[in-house]
Design a protein around this ligand. Structure first.
Ligand code: HXC
Length: 258
């Protein structure tokens, strides 16, 4: 598929999506997000792919939703069309999505990163929710996912001032990202982790992802029950037999996603 605002390539079992609107610092216009969702859906349906990486440029992962595109919107049209509601489609993707964040991840850019399953940060990454300075608030998880990632006080500071950003070190300390990588190596390093995941059995990876995401939404007892049932269900897969036999036979497991 030819896309206008993103680049896609496959590296081994990993699908790599690069946001590519450099002149606008990857501002997330409506069409760009539609393309991201389309690429994600295709990778999700491609049995040769096991995980996806989303990245931007070295200067900007994404500087937010496109301010120029939305500045004249009215309430009634944004409400009737559920403006930016389609962003959430990516949360229904089964395969793991890793974000490789270099440079600015502001507003919707930070929210896009937080909709991913794992975030790696380049050394100069900046995370922030500056929407309040535009007279609005975050609209794709900045008041919800950010709290879970960095706690209430820091999230309040970020969202209510719009000026308190997290650098890579602060994001790591807060738990928003799981690793800091030198700028040049960020994409390769993220693809490496994605490849590691892609070589595991896809049913167990998808269940692990789903359960961890569920933990944000359902009570502990229900989450634990779901976890045990899905764990038990994996004994019906060839991958479980292969994984455990490989351990006993002291060899590397070769999963077939069955
Ligand atoms: C549209 C944007 C943009 C954005 C940058 N640009 N961010 N265009 N929407 N969010 C454009 C600029 O207008 C400019 O184009 C070009 O990109 C380069 O940006 P500069 O500002 O010249 O670069 P620099 O001085 O290096 O500053 C970088 C920056 C700044 C600090 C990231 O661009 C900035 O503050 N951007 C806005 C960040 C923001 O407020 N994000 C939240 C958006 S609201 P021209 O053509 O003028 O040269 C949001 C709501 C989410 O995300 C809701 C989700 C549902």
């Amino acid at each position: 598929t030819a896309y206008s605002h993103i680049l896609t390539e496959t590296r081994g079992k990993v699908g790599l999506i690069t946001l590519n609107r450099p002149k606008a610092l990857n501002a997330l216009c409506n069409d760009l997000f539609t393309e991201v969702n389309d690429a994600l859906r295709k990778y999700d349906n491609d049995s040769n792919i096991g995980a996806v990486v989303i990245t931007g440029s070295q200067k900007a992962f994404a500087a937010g939703a496109d301010i120029k595109e939305m500045k004249d919107n009215s309430f009634i049209e944004t409400y009737k069309t559920d403006f930016l509601g389609h962003w959430a489609e990516m949360t229904s993707i089964k395969k793991p999505i890793l974000a490789a964040v270099n440079g600015y991840a502001l507003g919707g850019g930070c929210e896009l990163a937080m909709m991913c399953d794992i975030i790696y940060a380049g050394e100069k990454a900046v995370f922030g929710q500056p929407e309040i300075k535009l007279g609005v608030i975050p609209g794709a998880g900045g008041t919800q996912r950010l709290v879970k990632a960095v706690g209430k006080s820091k999230a309040m500071e970020m969202v209510l001032t719009g000026s308190v950003n997290l650098n890579a070190q602060e994001a790591l300390a807060a738990g928003l990202v799981s690793k800091i990588v030198p700028i040049e190596e960020l994409v390769d390093e993220t693809v490496k982790t994605a490849e590691l995941i892609a070589n595991m059995g896809q049913p167990s990876v998808a269940m692990g992802k789903e359960l961890i995401n569920k933990s944000f939404e359902i009570p502990l007892s229900a989450g634990l029950r779901w976890e045990r049932i899905l764990f038990q269900s994996l004994f019906g897969t060839a991958d479980q037999k292969e994984g455990m036999n490989a351990f006993v036979e002291k060899r590397k497991a070769n999963f077939t996603n069955q």
